[in-house]
Write a protein that binds this ligand. Structure first.
Ligand SMILES: CC(C)(COP(=O)(O)OP(=O)(O)OC[C@H]1O[C@@H](n2cnc3c(N)ncnc32)[C@H](O)[C@@H]1OP(=O)(O)O)[C@@H](O)C(=O)NCCC(=O)NCCSC(=O)/C=C/CC(=O)O
Ligand SMILES: Cc1cc2nc3c(=O)[nH]c(=O)nc-3n(C[C@H](O)[C@H](O)[C@H](O)COP(=O)(O)OP(=O)(O)OC[C@H]3O[C@@H](n4cnc5c(N)ncnc54)[C@H](O)[C@@H]3O)c2cc1C
Length: 551
């Protein structure tokens, strides 16, 4: 967050000074926006930066306990600088939140500067290799030039000057990182399913008939149901992340030319794709752990660490619910554009289906299922807008009507995102495999069909509402899905091997390439401190006295 924000929010002159120092690690920085009392609601942040024209400095203050910066990675003991997002005051007027570069520790002694209170926030579910910290200011002065002035400036006399034409330019870094998080979700899910599939090929448990040998657990349909959606989703997220990155790059290029027209759609896409990819990755990594039984619960499996790491991404850089509501905001506007007969941007062009008044004829082909997801998203949005308008007609304000409709709004945004992800997944596979061998094409098509069938079967209720799917169609689809799992089984290990993740990256006794699971589990167990001596001293201090009735 530190370097991207320097690049996104500094003037060229400021970049020329700060970027080389940051990139050479002469200074180490973090991004401190969240406070003890506010994370989602950026406009509610309490830290203040008040300009003093006499000294041409900003006075940083933490007026309340809840205004203390909280969470920034590396803030506690590592960084000596940070980007602080604060309410800017000049000439007695508040101009809202702006970013400032603030030195918090001495570059030689690393001691906190006078007026700076900094420390660690304590143990967390995961991320315990990062010293997430807290930061408070007590009339701490920074030079005027430390205001990041690409989008707004304060002149020496305290005059405030707005530079950026689009009010949300300061939020640009969060869009950038959200785009990266989609890729990170794919990578971490690929690690988890590599571990779980390889282990499932090694693990033998139970034999259906008394004479036969025990089966590889990967042969069980329920195990395939748990794991093959994980492989398919890792591919889906990877392909969507490269698609989103291109969308992001195109939008940035347009903004550089002064055209912000595509920024709202990028914000909507990056919001819902970040929300869904991190939530799907976290829940499917947990599913990989479930698929590994007790050994999946061992830290040496690598799965608990992966889950703890990825589940945080559902929260940071924008909480799941909040970001889906941002997408919903864009969708409601798109719906109104259809009503007004205005053209739609590509990712929402399917919304015109919402106005046909007819159920989409069910078609179980991959393209048919994608169209069904689009009809489902259009239908959910349409009924959401109907609820909104019913509440407005009852006399509620727009804010009240919106708040009461947020459960449906989130559902519509999730459905939209699933439709976008499915469309991208299939079209990217087709684009990338044009010259591939028939076998590669076959396997990748099997995987995107798993994704489509899995989510169609997860959403049968909605499909019954918005398409002509029948009970027998659903019955057929379930059989086809189960058959497809069996087709994938022979290639399953080869498919995860194709992620090409080295043992050093997997950090897993269950997922190592050589498959020596039991030897590795035992070797990891020997590292337990409890195995340092045959009798632990607690025998003498607690157990023995207890057994002798002396405790
Ligand atoms: C929830 C948010 C988006 C609310 O924003 P806010 O300004 O309060 O108002 P609105 O919801 O009314 O939005 C106004 C307007 O602006 C558009 N917009 C909002 N955000 C963006 C954006 N990022 N890019 C482009 N456009 C944006 C919005 O669509 C509206 O446009 P209209 O045309 O409809 O008026 C905001 O408060 C928010 O983003 N909250 C989340 C906070 C967050 O993400 N924090 C991250 C902290 S850093 C971190 O977590 C680091 C983690 C570690 C690491 O990454 O290493
Ligand atoms: C591991 C980790 C690392 C982090 N690193 C950083 C960092 O480096 N820098 C930084 O600045 N921050 C960082 N954060 C903080 C992170 O950005 C915030 O936690 C996140 O933005 C959510 O804000 P919050 O914690 O205040 O939750 P809140 O916003 O208080 O959310 C709590 C609950 O309220 C709900 N809610 C909130 N507002 C609404 C609403 N308007 N409508 C409906 N529901 C709502 C949310 O959905 C959620 O269920 C980090 C967090 C974590 C977990």
């Amino acid at each position: 967050m530190f370097v991207p924000t320097l690049m996104g929010q500094c003037t060229p002159e400021q970049q020329a000074y700060w970027l080389p120092r940051a990139l050479d690690m002469q200074i180490i920085g973090t991004y401190a926006q969240t406070e003890l009392g506010h994370g989602t609601f950026i406009r509610g942040l309490e830290t203040t930066a008040t300009y003093d024209p006499e000294t041409e400095t900003f006075v940083m203050n933490s007026p309340t306990l809840t205004s203390y910066k909280w969470w920034a990675g590396g803030l506690a003991k590592t960084v000596n600088y940070c980007i602080v997002v604060a309410q800017l005051y000049t000439k007695g007027v508040c101009h809202g939140t702006h970013p400032f570069i603030v030195q918090i520790r001495d570059e030689e002694t690393h001691m906190p500067r006078p007026g700076v209170k900094v420390g660690d926030i304590g143990p967390k579910l995961g991320f315990n290799t990062a010293d997430n910290g807290y930061l408070g200011f007590d009339n701490y002065r920074i030079p005027r030039d430390n205001m990041m002035m690409k989008n707004a400036q304060v002149l020496k006399d305290g005059t405030y000057v707005k530079v950026a034409r689009h009010g949300k330019a300061t939020y640009g870094t969060m869009v950038f990182v959200r785009v990266l998080l989609v890729n990170e979700a794919a990578f971490n899910l690929a690690k988890a399913c590599t571990i779980a599939v390889r282990y499932s090929a090694i693990r033998r448990q139970c034999s259906p008939d008394s004479e036969g040998s025990e089966l590889q657990v990967l042969d069980y349909s329920t195990q395939q149901h748990k794991l093959f959606i994980c492989i398919a989703t890792a591919h889906a997220l990877q392909l969507n992340s490269t698609w989103l990155w291109k969308t992001f790059s195109d939008t940035l290029a347009a903004i550089k030319q002064g055209n912000v027209d595509t920024l709202p759609e990028l914000h909507a896409l990056s919001s819902c794709l970040k929300a869904l990819s991190t939530a799907d990755a976290a829940s499917l990594i947990e599913q990989c752990r479930h698929a590994c039984g007790g050994h999946g619960y061992m830290m040496s499996s690598g799965l608990p660490y992966l889950y703890a790491f990825v589940t945080a991404t559902r929260t940071y850089e924008g909480d799941y619910t909040i970001l889906l509501l941002q997408t919903a905001r864009f969708l409601v506007k798109a719906y109104e554009q259809v009503e007004a007969g205005k053209p739609l941007t590509p990712t929402v062009s399917y919304l015109s289906q919402a106005f046909t008044g007819k159920k989409l004829p069910w078609d179980s082909s991959p393209d048919g299922i994608i169209r069904a997801f689009q009809a489902l998203a259009a239908g959910k949005l349409s009924s959401t807008v109907k609820s909104l308008r019913k509440r407005l007609e009852s006399g509620l304000s727009y804010e009240q009507a919106w708040e009461l409709s947020t459960i449906q709004l989130n559902g519509a945004a999730e459905a939209h995102c699933r439709a976008v992800m499915s469309q991208n997944y299939k079209s990217e596979i087709e684009r990338l495999t044009v010259n591939s061998s028939p076998n590669v094409k076959l396997v990748l098509q099997q995987l995107y069909k798993v994704y489509l069938y899995y989510w169609a079967l997860e959403r049968t209720g909605d499909l019954l509402l918005y398409t002509s799917i029948s009970e027998s169609d659903i019955f057929e689809l379930q059989l086809r899905y189960e058959g497809l799992l069996k087709e994938i089984r022979p290639n399953a290990v080869g498919i995860v091997d194709a992620f090409d993740l080295r043992d050093e990256v997997l950090h897993s006794a269950l997922g190592s390439y050589d498959g020596n699971v039991y030897e590795r589990l035992m070797a990891e167990a020997q590292k337990s401190p409890l195995n340092a001596e045959p009798v632990n001293q607690t025998f003498h201090t607690y157990l023995k006295p207890m057994m002798k009735g002396k405790l």
